[in-house]
Design a protein around this ligand. Structure first.
Ligand code: HEC
Length: 191
C-alpha cells in the first residue's frame, strides 16, 4: 500500500514537473492551479443554486398563469420540444405530455418540475428564466397534461406543492431512496 502511495506521489511530481517544463501559462498558481478556467461569478452560482424539494420546500415566491406559459413555451421551448409538446426524435427529445414516460407521468411530485426547468431549461440558455416565467411554464405543462384544469388560478409555491401527480401512488420507496414506476395509469397516458 505504501508502495502504491509513493508511486502515486512520484507520478504526481513528474506530472507537475512536466507541466512546468511545457511552458504552460501559470500566472496565478494560487487562484488558477491548472492554468485554465475561472471562478464562477456570484450571479452564475445563484442561477444554478436552485434546490426545490419534492414537498415544495425551496420553491421561491412568485406565480404564473398557463396562458403566459403557452406564449413563453412557443418562444423559448417549442423549437426543441415541438409545437404541441410532441418532442423531436431527431434531437433525442421525448414528448413532454402524451407519452407513457413523459415528464409529468415520470414524477410522483410536481415541485421538482419547477426546479428542473428553472435550473436546466431552456437547454441553450439554462437558468435564464425568471421565477414567474417558470411558474407560468409549469402551469402550462400541467394544464396540457390534464393535471390542472384550464383557467385555474395562477400557479405559486402553495398550489404547486398541493398538485396531485397522476402517478403519485405508483411510485414506492425501496431499501434506499430509489423510486420506481411499476406501471403507468392508462388515463395519464393521454394528453
Ligand atoms: C435547445 C433545445 C431545448 C430547448 C430550447 C428546451 N429544451 Fe427542454 N429538453 C431538451 C433536451 C435535449 C432534454 C432532455 C431530453 C428529454 O428528456 O427529452 C430536455 C428535457 C426537458 C424536460 C424533462 C423531460 C422529461 O421527460 O423528463 C423538461 C420538463 C423540459 N425540457 C422543459 C423545457 C422548457 C419548459 C423549455 C422552455 C423554457 C425547454 N425545455 C427548452 C432540449 C431543449
Amino acid at each position: 500500500m505504501s508502495t502504491t502511495a509513493s508511486g502515486l506521489a512520484r507520478a504526481l511530481l513528474l506530472a507537475a514537473l512536466a507541466g512546468c517544463s511545457s511552458g504552460a501559462p501559470v500566472e496565478t498558481p494560487g487562484s488558477a492551479p491548472f492554468g485554465f478556467g475561472r471562478s464562477a461569478s456570484a450571479e452564475e452560482i445563484a442561477r444554478a443554486d436552485v434546490d426545490v424539494r419534492f414537498d415544495g420546500v425551496g420553491l421561491p415566491a412568485g406565480s404564473g398563469r398557463a396562458q403566459e406559459g403557452a406564449v413563453l413555451y412557443r418562444a423559448r421551448c417549442a423549437a426543441c420540444h415541438g409545437g404541441s409538446l410532441e418532442g423531436n426524435p431527431q434531437l433525442g427529445v421525448r414528448p413532454l405530455v402524451g407519452d407513457v414516460r413523459h415528464a409529468v407521468n415520470n414524477l410522483p411530485f410536481a415541485p421538482p418540475l419547477f426546479g428542473y426547468i428553472r435550473r436546466a431549461m431552456p437547454l441553450d440558455a439554462p437558468g435564464g428564466l425568471s421565477d414567474d416565467e417558470v411558474y407560468a411554464l409549469v402551469a402550462f405543462l400541467l394544464e396540457r397534461a390534464g393535471v390542472r384544469a384550464a383557467g385555474e388560478r395562477p400557479l405559486d409555491a402553495g398550489s404547486l406543492a398541493a398538485v396531485e401527480m397522476p402517478n403519485r401512488t405508483r411510485f414506492f420507496v425501496t431499501d434506499g431512496v430509489e423510486v420506481a414506476v411499476p406501471e403507468i395509469a392508462p388515463e395519464a397516458a393521454t394528453p
